[in-house]
Each structure stands twice: as structure tokens, then as C-alpha cells.
Design a protein around this ligand. Sequence first.
Ligand code: C5P
Length: 220
Amino acid sequence: MIVAIDGPAGAGKSSVARALARRLNFRFLDTGAMYRAVTLAALQRQVPLDDSYALAELVRSLKLRLTDDEIWLDDTNISDLIRTPEVTRNIKHIADNLQVRAQLSALQRNIAEGGCIVTEGRDQGTAVFPQAECKIFLTASPEERARRRYEELRSRGTPLTYDDILAQQSERDQQDAERPVGGLRQAEDACVVVSDELTPAQVVDRMEEIVRERIALMKS
Ligand code: C5P
């Protein structure tokens, strides 16, 4: 069974999707981490971000390994390195590249083969797994997403203001929505979960309910 969770940046997808996978005893795939890993590798190896051919070659040569909690490039655990502002700022070049998208989508389908998985990203229920048995679109208002991000960064001593974060988030939302292939769209058959008024645990409860209802329907 494939549970595909899509939604905008800052909706809290990764943490709740990971928790959902644990509850269901499914594997977990964070596809954003794959786009981040390619961006990091391109920056480290100084591959020009506007060179489609070189980027596609780079993806072919990468030794990426994903577990439920970590991502490795060759022998290095890059789980923290992929979360820097520099990677986030440059990711659009990788996410807009059609060849890279095709390669990463194929890799995601390979990973999902032969087992139950919760996968999260922007295009999982629409482009990569349109046949997924269960699709969830997890979202929250832009203000609430920015507020959460601000609280998180403030505890780590960020110089950014709430308004800076809201502006950066709007830019990413626009890039993700306008991407012609693999852009953020709600699948027609997705269940929508709006998390503004919910705690993370309540979001996981609601998503688990949706998946269990779906499993019951499939059995009947
Ligand atoms: O989920 P996360 O914020 O880590 O994703 C980082 C970026 O990777 C997104 O803003 C988007 O540009 C890209 N992405 C994508 N398709 C996915 C997952 C992420 O294009 N399935």
C-alpha cells in the first residue's frame, strides 16, 4: 500500500508522515530530502546549476542511500547538511530540471516497490504515484506555517524576523505551485487535512484514521 502525502513547505509533513509510518509499521520516504541531496552534491562538486545535462549526469553518478530517518551520500550522513539555507535557496534549479525529476521519480518508484510505504513531497499523489491507494493533502495557512517556522528558528537564535520567513515561504510556495512538471497540486482523490488548529499528534491521529478507513474499504 502506498500512502502519498503532499503539501506546501512548512506544513509539518516530514515529522507527521514519519510518525504515521511508524504507527502503521510502513517504511517512510522523504522525497524533499532527495531533491535537497542533489542540490547539496551539485553545490559541493560545483556543477553549474543551469546545466541540465551535467545535473542529469550528476544524479546518475550519485550514491544516495535513504533510511527512514537518515540520508547518506557515499559514506557521509548528510541529513543535517541538506537543511542549510544555501541548499534551500538553490533547490529550485534541481526541482525545475525535467531530467532530474524523471530520475528521482523512477528512484522513488523503485524504493516503494514491494512493500507498504508512506511517502511525502509535492508530487507524490499526482505525478509519481497517481495509483496510490491513499492520498492526503496536508496544508496550513501561510501565516501559521511561517509562525511555526519562526518559533522553531527563534529557539535556535535566528536573526530572521517573522516577516522575513513569511516572504521566503511565499517565494517557495510560488515556485512549487508554478512548476509545470511535479508542481504542488492537490490530487482530485486526496483527503485534505488542514493543520492550523491541530497539534502534531492530532494530525497523525487524523491521518491514521484516514488510512485505516481506506484499508477497511479495500478489504470490503
Ligand atoms: O519537503 P522539502 O521542503 O524538504 O522540499 C524541498 C524542495 O524540494 C521543495 O520546495 C520542492 O522545490 C522540491 N521538491 C519537489 N518534489 C518533491 C519534493 C520536494 O520538487 N516531491
